[in-house]
Design a protein around this ligand. Structure first.
Ligand code: PGA
Length: 253
């Protein structure tokens, strides 16, 4: 019922040439699976979005941005609006990625505004949630994820939230090579789905895709995808290697 979704977050990597080459290699290699069994999207840096979107225009691979600002236009130096992203062919946007929360210092409140603005602007937000290692070690995972989910979706009704994908990314598993076990991930995914049922209704909870992210690699993607509430993967490092990313797409398909 929930179509698997594999997203590649390129973070602050690639350049004008390698971004387009990577996109083309992924499009070429995934032509049998993308669009049928699985949705695929890539998230290049802002400055390469346009050329990557053009390179992928004939494929079924979607393009997304790694961030967006919560206003539609005006005096916000350095920021990018939802309509600008739409204009160049973006479908998705990441909101509240852990690096934006913990490195840049984004708050739940700002992330909530970004999610709302993205939906208003016709984009499909991926709201990222996840606990720090210290929070997991002190049994705060449930509390932190609940707070991030509730605050991130505050003020949005079920119709709006139907545009949202959730990504659970334990911060201690991002870029560390230390993946959550499939059971640890499933436990939090189940929590998120139960929360969505409480906040909205069963139907929305059953239809919302919840992705796992954090050191996803071709050798752990099958096990992660075998979990009942894991509907897809948000891949960082391994999405920069076309062969690895294609292998992960195949395991999701
Ligand atoms: P990683 O990053 O796969 O390199 O751990 C995942 C993410 O930050 O989305």
């Amino acid at each position: 019922m929930r179509k698997p979704f594999v997203a590649g977050n390129w973070k602050m990597n690639t350049d004008s040439r390698s971004s387009v080459n990577l996109a083309k290699r992924i499009a070429c290699g995934s032509s049998e699976v993308a669009g049928h069994g699985v949705n695929v999207a890539v998230f290049p840096p802002f400055v390469y979005l346009d050329s990557v979107a053009k390179a992928l225009s004939a494929s079924s691979i979607a393009v997304g941005a790694q961030d967006v600002y919560c206003e539609s236009k005006g005096a916000f130096t350095g920021e990018i609006s939802p309509s600008m992203l739409k204009d160049i062919g973006c479908a998705y946007v990441l909101c509240g990625h852990s690096e934006r929360r913990h490195v840049i210092g984004e708050t739940d409140e700002l992330i909530n505004k970004k999610v709302a603005a993205a939906i208003m602007g016709g984009l499909l937000p991926i709201l990222c949630v996840g606990e720090l290692l210290s929070e997991r070690d002190s049994s705060q995972t449930e509390k932190v994820v609940t707070r991030q989910l509730k605050n991130g979706l505050a003020g949005l009704n079920a119709e709006k939230v139907s545009a949202v994908t959730i990504a659970y990314e334990p911060v201690w598993a991002i870029g560390t090579g230390r993946t959550a076990t499939p059971q640890q991930a499933q436990e939090v995914h189940r929590l998120v789905r139960n929360l969505l049922a409480q906040m909205y209704d069963d139907r929305l909870a059953q239809e919302t895709r919840i992705l796992y992210g954090g050191s996803v690699k071709p050798d752990n993607s099958d096990d992660l995808m075998s979990q009942q509430d894991i509907d897809g993967l948000l891949v960082g490092g391994a999405s920069l290697n076309a062969d690895d990313f294609l292998a992960i797409i195949r395991s999701a398909a």
